[in-house]
Design a protein around this ligand. Structure first.
Ligand SMILES: [Zn+2]
Length: 114
């Protein structure tokens, strides 16, 4: 192994971790294991830079236009929501509930800050 590959391996090892449940190699920053869904105990609790209250207000007043999804950076699904008028309101209602219970995630998959 050359010095170059060794240093690359070191970098990879520093940013990777192993799932304590299934042993799958996961990113250290990942909130949960993508394979088995177990929460990653190494991950520091992180929240989005976007906040829950403005997201909830945007969803309540402009949710059918997907504005709250644009707010959290989910532009793709925001456009989809705009075109479908929030899934005729159903999708918007689900999003509003998700925001209020704290289950709504931003573009990076981080929960919104309270
Ligand atoms: Zn796992």
């Amino acid at each position: 192994m050359t010095e170059q590959t060794m240093s690359n391996a070191t970098i990879a090892a520093q940013s990777m971790a192993f799932c304590t449940t299934c042993g799958e190699k996961i990113a250290k920053a990942a909130v949960a294991c993508p394979k088995c869904g177990a929460p990653n105990s190494l991950a520091e609790p992180m929240t989005s830079e976007k906040r829950m209250v403005p997201a909830a207000l945007l969803c309540f007043f402009l949710g059918a236009l997907g504005i709250h999804r644009f707010y959290v950076g989910k532009v793709g699904t925001g456009i989809l929501m705009l075109l479908t008028l929030g899934g005729l309101g159903i999708w918007t209602l689900i999003d509003l509930i998700m925001i209020i219970v704290g289950a709504f995630k931003d573009k990076q998959g981080l929960p919104l800050a309270r």
